[in-house]
Design a protein around this ligand. Structure first.
Ligand code: NDP
Ligand SMILES: N[C@@H](CC=O)C(=O)O
Length: 353
């Protein structure tokens, strides 16, 4: 029986949901998946660091009272010693789920670098490292014979990156368009129902959809990162966030939302990347008032949807959760499953070097 030891970096909504999943369904997962999961290290800004090579008692950690930290545990420290833990943990896989920094991707990019450099696989839901340093980190992973997996960086647990990578072989993808942010879509729907913007945002925060700074959701920088990831990974472009024009929800007033409703339209924050005839890729984020019969107009709540424009199949659309603690924890689990499935190839690649 294989076993993967995990180090969780950041212990907020998503990594807690992963810990709960392992704690509550570990035995069932083991028999379904053919491998065991164990958490051997956790670091978090407020909780500090905890390293236990024999496996952490997740129920004890999940039951910590607000304000408590890891100091009283064996192997515990009140400080989040991220670099020390990432480099020295006995974990096979580092799970990066600290906040997404849309400006420079730090400290998450460093977390991922330290893990890959020390020969550990990485799974992350953090969009910063993927959008802002994806090529470098993929190369670093290949150099060290490990994997850099990040399914949850776009559409949470809905597996569109792996779908595009594995199932679209032989197709030419001309463009990608969609609703790529759960919070803004949820907020727009709640404002249509009469809620104020602050109340709608507070609900999205409570439900675990919003970024640590929800401005990133509302003003489009979260979608900008996701458009960069889709453009680079699906269209083979080499974009940075500066290449993606951005307008956020603050450019739409409550009156315009109400007016659109009267006209049979619905505002959606749309991310788009498409290949031009000259081979270049144009990308944008902007609110658009869609007619109600548009396929994206009916996508509501934290559900997201992506339409791939392909040469042989026309439009292929996928819809599913775009945010949520449990849904995003599933993305991490799916990455571990992908690492497990690819382990033979990695052993082969490392031997070849
Ligand atoms: N929630 C969702 O629906 C989705 C989230 N994501 C991404 O997943 C990641 C995690 O999301 P989520 O769990 O919701 O976010 P949270 O804000 O709930 O959790 C992040 C955790 O990381 C901690 N943290 C921040 N900086 C550091 C640091 N330098 N070292 C150690 N810990 C740190 C935070 O502490 P503190 O609270 O004290 O700042 C917090 O406990 C984010 O990058 C997010 O963009 C992706 C898809 C969907
Ligand atoms: N805050 C993001 C979380 C997923 O990336 C969102 O609301 O979509």
């Amino acid at each position: 029986m294989d076993r993967y030891d995990l180090a969780l970096i950041g212990f907020g909504g998503v990594n807690r949901a992963l810990a709960e999943l392992i704690d509550e369904r570990g035995a069932a997962l083991t028999s379904e998946l053919g491998f065991e999961l164990r958490v051997v290290a956790i670091t978090d800004l407020r909780l500090g660091s905890l390293m236990q090579a024999d496996g952490i008692d997740l129920s004890a950690v999940l039951a910590l009272e607000p304000g408590a930290n890891f100091a009283p545990f064996a192997g515990g420290d009140p400080e989040p010693r991220n670099e020390y833990v990432i480099r020295n943990t006995t974990a096979d896989i580092v799970v990066e789920a600290t906040f997404t920094n849309p400006v420079d991707g730090e400290p998450a990019i460093s977390h991922v670098r330290w893990a890959l450099e020390s020969g550990k696989h990485v799974t992350t839901t953090n969009k910063g490292p993927v959008a802002l340093a994806g090529a470098e980190l993929r190369a670093l992973a290949a150099d060290h014979g490990v994997r850099f997996e990040h399914e949850g960086a776009v559409l949470s647990g809905t597996p569109i990156l792996r779908l595009a990578e594995r199932m679209f072989s032989g197709l030419r993808i001309r463009g990608v368009q969609g609703i790529l942010n759960g919070t803004s879509n949820y907020v727009l729907g709640r404002m249509e129902a009469g809620l104020s913007l602050p109340d709608a945002v507070a609900e999205a925060q409570e439900l675990g959809y919003a970024e640590a700074d929800p401005t990133a959701d509302l003003e489009g920088s979260d979608v900008q990162l996701k458009v960069v990831i889709l453009a680079n990974e699906v269209l083979g472009a080499d974009l940075t966030t500066a290449d993606v024009s951005r307008r956020g929800l603050s450019t739409v007033s409550a009156a315009e939302i109400a007016e659109a409703q009267r006209q049979g339209r619905r505002w959606k924050l749309i991310g788009d990347a498409h290949r031009n005839d000259d081979g270049s890729v144009t990308a944008s984020v902007a609110p658009v008032a869609l007619p109600l019969d548009h396929p994206l107009a009916g996508v509501s709540g934290a559900t997201n949807a992506v339409a791939f424009d392909t040469d042989l199949l026309g439009t292929v659309a996928v819809s599913g959760p775009g945010a949520g603690r449990v849904e995003t924890a599933y993305a991490l689990l799916s990455d571990v499953i992908a690492i497990h499935a690819g382990r033979g190839a990695l052993i082969g690649a490392a031997t070849d070097v």
